[in-house]
Write a protein that binds this ligand. Structure first.
Ligand code: ZN
Length: 192
């Protein structure tokens, strides 16, 4: 599974400076693996096989999960929609709607804290849908952030990413320089 990520440079291993200023030993960019439709299709099929819940519709928060939700919708032969931010609020637009009680799968590409998925779950409920499951390609959360809501979580891989404040970063202490993901340096060394 992670080979798809390494081969497309979507999982970088090394020493990175994140946009938050923190340093990390890995960097995930799911958009890269999903940019190759055959890989996206294969991942979505694998996900559909693992999913143990019947759903009527797939919903992902934009931007990260738009393509992923679409691919799962294709694999399951179900409608796929996305929520999006408008003035900071997660919303449902573009004429998307749910039948009352329609069983809904909410997906993210990479699940870190599950924050965006939780906002999407609220949007689904507010529009009459019934969230019955959550899913992601990669789970970084170390568990199921939706346990309290009794929603099962389906993921294709668990990936641990270590992050540090720069002043306590062991990779800096070892003498290495952090690179910004997406920079030439990171891409040249990426996919290892
Ligand atoms: Zn560092």
């Amino acid at each position: 599974m992670l080979d798809h990520f390494r081969q497309t440079g979507a999982l970088l291993e090394g020493h990175f400076e994140l946009s938050s200023g923190l340093h990390s030993d890995r960097y995930l960019q799911c958009a890269l693996v999903l940019s190759e439709p055959r890989r996206a299709e294969a991942l979505a099929r694998a996900f559909a096989e693992r999913l143990e819940t019947d759903v009527d519709v797939v919903v992902g928060p934009a931007m990260g999960a738009v393509v992923w939700a679409q691919e799962i919708g294709r694999a399951l032969d179900r409608r796929a929609m996305f929520t999006e931010r408008s003035g900071g609020e997660m919303t449902l637009r573009r004429g998307f709607r749910f039948e009352t009680g329609e069983r809904c799968l909410v997906v993210e590409d990479v699940l870190t804290t599950g924050g965006s998925a939780k906002e999407a779950l609220e949007v689904v409920r507010a529009h009459g849908g019934l969230p019955v499951a959550v899913g992601s390609i990669i789970n970084r959360s170390g568990g199921n952030p939706f346990e309290d809501e009794e929603l099962p979580l389906t993921c294709l891989a668990e990936v641990e990413v270590q992050v540090w404040e720069p002043d306590v970063c062991p990779l800096c202490a070892a003498g290495g320089a952090a690179v910004k993901p997406g920079s030439r340096t990171a891409l040249a060394g990426g996919g290892a």
